[in-house]
Design a protein around this ligand. Structure first.
Ligand SMILES: [Mg+2]
Length: 299
């Protein structure tokens, strides 16, 4: 078995259950918008979903001022900002603080990995701003040697001047070094992991790559010769949350975050992130093979 020198990990549904936080956070934001504008919930939800689809992110933070139904309120940005935007943003942020939690043992395991002198890198398909906000909210800032993300979304023209000032001052930036990958590096493209191998001078077999999505994450590991570890626990999403998510979030975007229940399997699977420790120690070693290669050929 080759010596492991680095762990590269996916974020959403690998370190924390993304669905368990985004559903109540978006619902809290919509509740706030219903209360502040008196608009029907259905109109608010549908117009926000249109923006999420356009920006390919269910966490696009400026969805409210970009969506058509709020246009009449923008005639006076200051009152719109105070009475509609700020309470909605606060509702989302408060809910995120409450519901965004790591899976059990994640923080301790990340600390342990670094204590072993291993390189620890996160590779996410989330836009830079969203990935940074989650890492900061989880207080995982500083746990990684680097964070690789999709490109950030720019600030819209009509934004709270205080937010623009903070953004320009780097207030929202994570302490971790962040590298934005090109849009077409989205997984299952191996471009992101290849870049990490090159930046940290690693060879594929020296790297454990942990991710929840068999179709998106495991091909990345395979293409780079890394040891793909399937975070099988991340694929469980309750039926209730799947339905609530489909109501409130853009389906095309959700498909990127949430694996299908009936997806194929990967031989090296873990039921808790803490088992990454066992793999590094050499226990439970299984030679990872792609699921398709297991079909028997006739002798
Ligand atoms: Mg994931």
């Amino acid at each position: 078995m080759p010596r492991i020198r680095a762990v590269v990990t996916d974020l959403d549904n690998t370190l924390y259950p993304w669905v368990d936080y985004i559903v109540p956070s978006l619902e809290a934001m919509v509740d706030s918008l219903v209360a502040s504008t008196g608009l029907p919930r259905i109109r608010i939800v549908q117009s926000l979903k249109e923006v999420y689809t356009r920006y390919e992110s269910n966490e696009y933070p400026f969805a409210i001022q970009e969506s058509d139904i709020f246009l009449p309120y923008e005639r006076d940005f200051d009152s719109f900002n105070q009475m509609v935007l700020k309470p909605a943003q606060k509702a989302f942020t408060d809910a995120r603080g409450r519901w965004l939690q790591t899976y059990p043992g994640v923080k301790e395991t990340l600390d342990w990995i670094r204590e072993q002198g291993l390189t620890l890198v996160a590779l996410s398909d989330a836009p830079r701003n969203a990935a940074e906000a989650r890492v900061k909210s989880l207080m995982l800032d500083g746990h990684f040697d680097a964070l690789y993300t999709m490109p950030a979304y720019p600030l819209p023209k009509n934004v709270d001047p205080a937010i623009r000032k903070k953004e320009e001052a780097g207030h929202y930036k994570s302490r971790t070094t962040v590298r934005e990958l090109p849009r077409d590096a989205e997984k299952p493209s191996p471009v992101g992991l290849r870049q990490i191998l090159s930046d940290f001078q690693l060879r594929g077999p020296e790297v454990l790559y942990v991710g929840d999505n068999v179709r998106k994450d495991m091909p990345v590991a395979q293409a780079c010769g890394a040891i793909g570890v399937w975070a099988e626990y991340g694929t469980y999403i309750s039926h209730e949350y799947r339905e609530r998510l489909a109501t409130i979030a853009a389906r095309s975007v959700t498909a990127r975050h949430v694996s299908d229940e009936g997806q194929e399997r990967w031989p090296l699977a873990i039921s808790s992130f803490t088992q990454v420790k066992d793999l590094i120690r050499g226990a439970r070693w299984t030679q990872p093979r792609p699921a398709r290669a297991r079909t028997r050929t006739k002798p």
